[in-house]
Design a protein around this ligand. Structure first.
Ligand SMILES: [Zn+2]
Length: 371
């Protein structure tokens, strides 16, 4: 069995996800190593803050360094020298966003998505089958099928058609996945896991339709597709809750691209197990640091504060970012020093801020597991 639930409190659950590169306690958070690197952070530093699984991006790696180099190098684990579990997304979201921004850059047909590289103008065709083949060539331990994402404010008819296409593409992905497993001589313990994506935008009945059809095809886990907030930025509790409820109890639920510390806590409370986001590193690069205060983790969101280290009040503050944090930044440097590094634009500042934020996210997951 791939996923084992160890405890449950209302809808929130803790468990273990078994992958070919080791077991992962759930809920867990994966930093984004988009281009096969968590920007500015070494593997040793990642391990020091407790990072285990990470996410790489199929679309970006397909364009650079390209799949030929990926095959020659022996896969993304070897290339980046990371021995922990890696998950790749299908690249569908990036291609859709590219085309959505500029229709001249490609189009989506029943066969797949045709798009032009923004780097060199080269043409690419990403079909459901190719998305699976690429992820096998990357050598990741968890992969995501190619879907057809649409924004929440798209017309219902368009979202319904995208759901239907997502289901048809899911069948094609599953066939290709099984073919690749046979060809590459994998068995149940050596094969990667395949996650489906439940689309349907803000419509409960479309989310249900999509989930039911995908469960029929049968995948190792199920993800939340699209944005979890509405156009006002408000968390769509009903959609996030119902989408989880349509998924099987005994399979991991992946809240793709979510989110802020509070959104993660809310999603976990609604039955989600896996999270990934650029927030800890991106916010860190901008000098925004997450710090726990004394309050228990709750959906009121009062359990943490955000500190803007460039603020003048930190100029002569010679205490650590968080005196209770065991990360390298907190153990070795002061707020005043980091303030100085940000003011003069020294890269060490953003590196230390990202490292501390990663530790905060790992600790948040540990706290949810204990809770
Ligand atoms: Zn720290």
């Amino acid at each position: 069995m791939t996923f084992e639930i160890k405890g449950q409190n209302n809808k929130a659950r803790i468990g273990v996800l078994k992958t070919r590169r080791g077991d992962i306690a759930t809920p867990f958070f994966m930093p984004d190593a988009t281009r096969a690197s968590v920007r500015g952070i070494t593997n040793e530093q990642l391990k020091s803050v407790g990072v285990h699984p990470m996410v790489v991006n199929t679309y970006h790696l397909l364009l650079q360094p390209g799949m030929e180099l990926m095959r020659v190098s022996g896969g993304v684990h070897k290339l980046m020298n990371w021995d922990g579990p890696l998950l790749s997304d299908s690249g569908g979201y990036q291609v859709y966003s590219l085309i959505h921004k500029n229709a001249k850059l490609g189009k989506i047909t029943e066969e797949g998505a045709v798009f032009k590289s923004v780097l060199d103008g080269s043409k690419h065709l990403l079909t459901p089958e190719k998305a699976i083949q690429i992820q096998f060539d990357l050598g990741v331990d968890m992969m995501v099928l190619l879907d057809d994402p649409r924004p929440n404010n798209a017309p219902e008819k368009e979202i319904e058609q995208a759901v239907e296409r997502t289901i048809r593409w899911a069948s094609r992905c599953k066939v290709e996945f099984e073919k690749q497993i046979k060809e590459r001589d994998f068995d149940d313990s050596s094969r990667p896991l395949l996650f489906a994506v439940v689309q349907g935008g803000p419509f409960v009945h479309l989310r249900e339709k999509c989930a039911k059809a995908l469960i029929e095809i049968d995948f190792d886990g199920y993800s939340f597709g699209g944005r979890h907030v509405d156009e006002n930025g408000d968390f769509m509790t009903e959609i996030v809750e119902k989408t989880a409820s349509f998924m099987p109890e005994d399979k991991p639920r992946f809240a793709l691209g979510i989110g802020t510390p509070l959104d993660i806590v809310k999603c976990h409370g609604l039955g989600w197990d896996m999270f990934d986001c650029v927030i800890p590193t991106r916010e860190g690069r901008h000098g925004r640091l997450f710090v726990f205060n004394d309050e228990d983790i709750s959906e009121s969101g009062s359990f943490y504060d955000t500190m803007n280290i460039a603020n003048a009040k930190f100029k002569d503050d010679f205490t650590p970012i968080d005196e209770n944090c065991d990360c390298y930044a907190c153990q070795n440097y002061t707020r005043g020093y980091l303030h100085h590094l940000f003011r003069v634009g020294e890269p060490l500042g953003s590196q230390m801020a990202a490292l501390h934020n990663l530790r905060f996210f790992v600790q948040l997951m540990n706290k949810l597991q204990e809770k």
